[in-house]
Design a protein around this ligand. Structure first.
Ligand code: DOR
Ligand code: ZN
Length: 346
C-alpha cells in the first residue's frame, strides 16, 4: 500500500503555549488538523472563560486569514473553580472541556487540583451538561513509583469519580500502560482515552539511548516495549474508546537539555505521518481513519470533518531543529527518516 486517504483528523490533546512561542508552532497543527483541543496549562493557567476567549483570539490572530483551523478551548480546574464558571463554559461556543491536572503531576500543574474531593461540586455541575472532564491520569506522591502512577490514579481517583458521576464524559489523555487500556476498554462510552504518537513509537529505552536523551522525556513517561505494543494494539484494534491526541508539547531546546529538563515532546510538525508510521508497524490500517478522524468527534459529539488528507509512501527526513521564537525546538524524530508524507488536502 503506497497511498492512504482519510477524513481530515483533529488533535484532541495539544499544547500550543502562548505568545511568542505559540506563533512558531500553531501553523504546524493548523496544516494537519481541522480542530484541536487546546490545553490550558499556560503560566498563569487558563482558568476562566474570559481567559480562554482571549487566548483563542491570540491563536486565531496568529493564523493566516484563509486558515480554517479551529482551536477548541479548555479550562484548567483548580481547587477554587466555581460552578458558575463551568455553567458559563458549557453554554459558550468556544470552551469544550475542563482539565484535571493533579497538582504537581506535570508541566505547569502546580495550580492544579490537590484533592479530587475539592472539585466534586464542579463535577456535579458538569455531569448534567455533559461537559467533558479531561484528565492527566497520573497520581502524585513521591512514594509512588513512576510506573505505578496510572494504576494508583485509577484506584484513588478515576474509579471513585466514575462511580459517583456515571454519565459524566471523561477523557483520559495520553494513556501509557496496558492497565489503563484494559480499564478504559472495560468501561462504557462515557470514558475514552487518547493515545500519543510517541507512546506508539518509543519505549523507555529511547530516553537512555547513547546517554540521556531528554527529547524523549515526557509525562507520562514512555514505558516498556510490551506496554508500547499494548497501546499500538489498542489504537489499531478498532475500539471506539481510543483516538488521536498528540500531546505535542514544545519546549525550547535549552529547557529540555538542562539539569532539570522539561517534560514534553514536539510531534505537531508531522503528527499524522507519525501515527501512520505506528499503524504501519502494527501492520493494519483498517481502523486508521476511525482512530484519527471518527472516534474523537463521536466522543465530543461534534460533526465529522468534511475535508480529506492524503498520505503517500515517500521517504523524507525530519529536520534537526525548528525555529521557536528566536530559540530552537527539536521535533520528535529529528534527523530520522519517515516513510509516510502528507501530500495534499482536498
Ligand atoms: O510531556 C508532557 N508535557 N506531559 C504533560 O502532561 C504536559 C506537557 C507540557 O505541557 O509540556
Ligand atoms: Zn498534555
Amino acid at each position: 500500500m503506497n497511498r492512504l486517504s482519510i477524513i481530515k483528523p483533529d488533535d484532541w490533546h495539544l499544547h500550543l503555549r502562548d505568545s511568542p512561542y505559540m506563533e512558531s508552532v500553531v501553523a504546524d497543527s493548523a496544516r494537519q488538523f481541522s480542530r484541536a483541543i487546546v490545553m490550558p496549562n499556560l503560566n498563569p493557567p487558563v482558568r476562566s472563560c474570559d481567559e480562554a476567549y482571549a487566548y483563542r483570539q491570540r491563536i486565531l490572530s496568529a493564523l493566516a486569514d484563509e486558515c480554517q483551523f479551529q482551536p477548541l478551548m479548555t479550562l484548567y480546574l483548580t481547587d477554587n473553580t466555581s460552578r458558575e464558571e463551568i455553567v458559563k463554559a458549557s453554554k459558550s461556543d468556544f470552551v469544550f472541556a475542563a482539565k484535571l491536572y493533579p497538582a504537581g503531576a506535570t508541566t505547569n500543574s502546580d495550580a492544579g487540583v490537590t484533592d479530587v474531593a475539592n472539585i466534586y461540586a464542579v463535577l456535579e455541575t458538569m455531569q448534567p451538561h455533559s461537559f467533558p472532564l479531561l484528565v492527566h491520569g497520573e497520581a502524585t506522591g513521591e512514594e509512588i513509583d513512576v510506573f505505578d502512577r496510572e494504576k494508583v490514579f485509577i484506584d484513588r481517583t478515576l474509579n471513585p469519580v466514575r462511580s459517583d458521576f456515571p454519565v459524566l464524559p471523561i477523557l483520559w489523555e495520553a494513556i501509557s500502560m496496558p492497565y489503563a487500556v484494559d480499564y478504559v476498554e472495560s468501561q462504557d462510552d462515557w470514558l475514552g482515552a487518547t493515545i500519543t504518537p510517541h507512546h506508539l513509537l518509543i519505549n523507555r529505552n529511547a530516553m537512555f539511548a547513547g546517554g540521556f536523551h531528554p527529547h524523549h522525556y515526557c509525562l507520562p513517561v514512555a514505558k516498556r516495549e510490551e506496554h508500547r505494543l499494548a497501546l499500538l494494539k489498542a489504537a489499531s484494534g478498532g475500539s471506539t474508546h481510543f483516538f488521536a491526541g498528540t500531546d505535542s508539547a514544545p519546549h525550547a531546546r535549552h529547557a529540555k537539555e538542562s539539569a532539570c529538563g522539561c517534560a514534553g515532546i514536539y510531534s505537531a510538525l508531522c503528527a499524522i505521518e507519525l501515527y501512520a508510521e505506528a499503524f504501519e508497524l502494527a501492520g493494519d490500517f483498517t481502523h486508521f481513519e476511525a482512530f484519527m478522524s471518527l472516534n474523537g468527534p463521536a466522543f465530543y459529539q461534534l460533526p465529522v470533518n468534511s475535508m480529506r488528507v492524503n498520505l503517500e509512501r515517500i521517504e523524507w527526513t525530519v529536520p534537526d531543529t525548528l525555529p521557536f521564537a528566536g530559540e530552537e525546538l527539536v521535533p520528535f524524530k529529528a534527523g530520522e527518516v519517515l516513510q509516510w508524507k502528507v501530500v495534499t488536502d482536498d
